[in-house]
Design a protein around this ligand. Structure first.
Ligand SMILES: NC(=O)c1ccc[n+]([C@@H]2O[C@H](COP(=O)([O-])OP(=O)(O)OC[C@H]3O[C@@H](n4cnc5c(N)ncnc54)[C@H](O)[C@@H]3O)[C@@H](O)[C@H]2O)c1
Ligand SMILES: O=C(O)[C@H](O)COP(=O)(O)O
Length: 619
């Protein structure tokens, strides 16, 4: 199957942050759930532990005891850079050493980030490329305790193999309620009248407001918060329309909201409430041109992100009366300058980014992000991953031995490549009895083949987050193919995985297939990855420990000779298998060994007259 058939979105920041990326994530989430349901039915008894594609490489720096008197276990370190509710901190402390350093200067964050495995922020900390570069080698996870991830450089995180997780649901209601609070208080001049009265002015005629009932409210961005604002506004008797290029029509219908174009929304509305993410396509989308199209006297509420509005243009529109009032919780620069014309404008109501700031939401967000970060540090794939696929636990559990097989095949294949011969193309062939819709996520397997291919020959660590990026960086073109296996009763998701390195020289000619590719194929037997094909030779060796491959003339006594040499040197053979093309011609011996044999031992094996070539491969 082609890479584009992958169930999950690409980890690229552009895709993750773009509207198309957002749509893909929604589609992926529902597809993942469908897939999970299928897997549950098919494979209820599989319980292999999920692998640790994200966190496994992190070398822990501190050691603590688990309290049971057992062996010391490594404890990851988490830096919490902004205020997080105690409930979330408690979840983190169960698993990690937690340091809260609120309000750090950017330079302090840069200096300290490399000492931590995870960093947790809210909207006030910029997780820039520099921060992610500084954290390279240690920092594995960035947790955004909230929805908006516009303060995290997703591309840089992806390149660094750093997983970004957010807490997308726990503050939805709080943000929607704040939107409604701003809508109502703006319409009735609550904050202005309050300030005036506190200043001793009783100005009843100055602060005559406008009614909400019967007015048209345009929701711009009909996602989680937008939908909740819509529900509440309908309860206030407003007519609600919405614009969102990616919103499902049935969700809008269910709430009784009319989905319309951008222009129709802004021209028809008496009130416009903004609920889209800040991404390149929405940056300053409300500008002189769009204000020009609005009804004179329109009122605008923004609890999304300041950057979706051209703030200078809004000041002009307020001054001209085109926009009667604005209520803003968010600003392009936070906090805004003290002399901001927008903030000081008498027709503007402001709050200091309080949308998510309720006791309930903060507790919910803190727990949501703490669980996501702990899960990611444990190597589980977070359901709220922003720059990596969301793989349901059931799918992970079923694929676990194949994930391991994929990595080992990649690892073996790259060690077979002759020193100066660059890998041009990689093909991964999956043989499966499942239909294309049933085996619909190969991203995980592809990522692990990439990990296996790249890690032994570079200093970069590769995980699910940065696998495609790492492959691209090295000019590795990885294609995938699905071959139907004619066994409808097969329970296993895959029959075999084959890795082919095309047109490349090998240090072990026996691994070259008739077509000139290095070919390795493996299967999972009793839950354990096995190597079952080397070039044209069928073998069967469990992929544990290390591997010696020998090509020899097919003749009696070879196993004994090699076994003797290894035995004399105290090298334990875990598995041995011989495959040949024709009797008396060439054969391959695949020998699994627990220890790495010394150089002289290997040379001794190579010196056996019938052995034509041999190679030692580390797993
Ligand atoms: N003020 C706060 O404290 C606060 C709290 C929570 C969320 N937010 C912000 O509110 C916004 C919405 O959050 P959410 O949880 O509803 O996110 P969401 O992802 O559920 O919804 C965003 C919606 O915007 C839509 N969208 C994307 N591009 C668009 C475009 N060009 N025009 C119209 N719609 C577009 C998406 O399709 C999506 O449906 C985000 O910017 C978030 O950061 C702010
Ligand atoms: O995107 C969000 O979740 C909100 O803007 C809340 O941000 P905060 O956590 O900094 O309050």
């Amino acid at each position: 199957m082609a890479a584009s058939r992958a169930l999950l979105p690409t980890p690229h920041a552009a895709a993750a942050a773009s509207p198309a990326g957002a749509r893909a994530r929604l589609a992926a989430a529902s597809a993942s759930l469908r897939s999970a349901a299928r897997v549950r039915v098919r494979c209820a008894t599989l319980s292999s532990p999920a692998p640790a594609p994200v966190a496994a490489e992190a070398p822990a720096r501190r050691i603590s005891r688990d309290g049971s008197g057992g062996a010391p276990r490594p404890k990851p370190a988490v830096l919490v850079a902004e205020k997080l509710s105690e409930a979330g901190l408690a979840v983190l402390r169960e698993f990690a050493d937690v340091e809260c350093a609120y309000g750090m200067a950017p330079a302090d964050l840069l200096a300290r980030v490399a000492q931590f495995d995870a960093l947790i922020v809210r909207s006030g900390t910029k997780v820039t490329r520099e921060v992610l570069e500084a954290g390279r080698g240690r920092l594995r996870v960035v947790g955004r305790a909230g929805v908006g991830i516009d303060n995290v450089d997703l591309q840089a995180a992806t390149e660094a193999g750093c997983l970004v997780v957010n807490a997308p649901t726990a503050n939805t209601v709080a943000a929607a309620e704040h939107g409604i609070a701003l809508l109502a208080s703006m319409a009735r001049n609550v904050s202005q009248a309050d300030a005036a009265l506190k200043a001793g002015k009783w100005q009843r005629s100055k602060y005559v407001g406008v009614s909400l009932v019967g007015k048209t409210l345009a929701i711009m961005g009909f996602g989680k918060v937008g939908s909740e604002v819509a529900r509440r506004a309908k309860g206030l008797g407003m007519h609600v329309i919405a614009h969102d290029p990616y919103a499902p029509a049935d969700r809008a219908r269910a709430i009784g909201v009319e989905l319309v174009s951008f222009d129709e929304a802004i021209t028809r509305a008496d009130f416009i409430s903004l609920h889209m993410p800040l991404i390149p396509t929405t940056s300053k989308i409300f500008n002189d041109e769009s204000f020009g199209k609005m009804k004179t006297g329109v009122r605008i509420i923004n609890v999304a992100r300041g950057g979706v509005i051209d703030e200078d243009a809004l000041v002009r529109a307020l001054d001209s009366g085109k926009v009667a009032q604005a209520a803003l919780d968010v600003f392009t620069v936070e906090p805004p300058p003290k002399d901001s014309k927008l903030v000081l404008h008498e027709n503007v109501t402001v709050t200091p980014h309080l949308g998510a700031s309720t006791v309930e939401a903060q507790e919910g967000v803190a727990i949501e992000i703490a669980e996501a970060v702990v899960g990611a540090l444990k190597g589980e794939l977070a359901a709220t991953a922003v720059n990596a696929p969301m793989v349901p636990a059931e799918v992970m559990s079923e694929l676990a031995p194949y994930v391991s097989l994929a990595e080992k095949l990649g690892r073996l294949a790259v060690q077979l490549v002759a020193g100066e011969s660059g890998i041009k193309g990689v093909k991964v062939v999956y043989t499966t009895a499942r239909g294309p819709d049933d085996l619909d996520d190969t991203r995980l397997l592809r990522a692990m083949v990439t990990k296996g291919l790249v890690e032994p020959v570079s200093s970069t660590f590769v995980n699910l987050v940065n696998a495609d990026y790492s492959a691209k960086q090295r000019g590795l073109r990885i294609t995938e193919e699905r071959v139907a296996h004619d066994s409808p009763a097969a329970e296993a998701p895959l029959e075999s995985i084959q890795v082919r390195l095309s047109q490349v020289q090998s240090k072990f000619a026996g691994a070259i297939s008739d077509g000139g590719d290095i070919v390795l194929e493996g299967r999972v037997k009793y839950g354990v990855p096995h190597l079952t094909l080397v070039g044209p030779y069928e073998v069967d060796v469990s992929l544990e420990g290390n591997l010696i491959l020998c090509r020899q003339i097919d003749q009696p006594g070879m196993i004994g000779k090699v076994g003797n040499i290894l035995g004399q040197r105290n090298v334990n053979i875990s598995f041995m298998s011989v495959g040949r093309t024709f009797r008396g011609k060439q054969a391959i011996m695949a020998i699994g060994v627990d220890e790495e044999p010394e150089k002289e031992t290997l040379e001794k094996i190579g010196g056996i007259p019938a052995i034509e070539e041999f190679v030692f491969l580390e797993l």
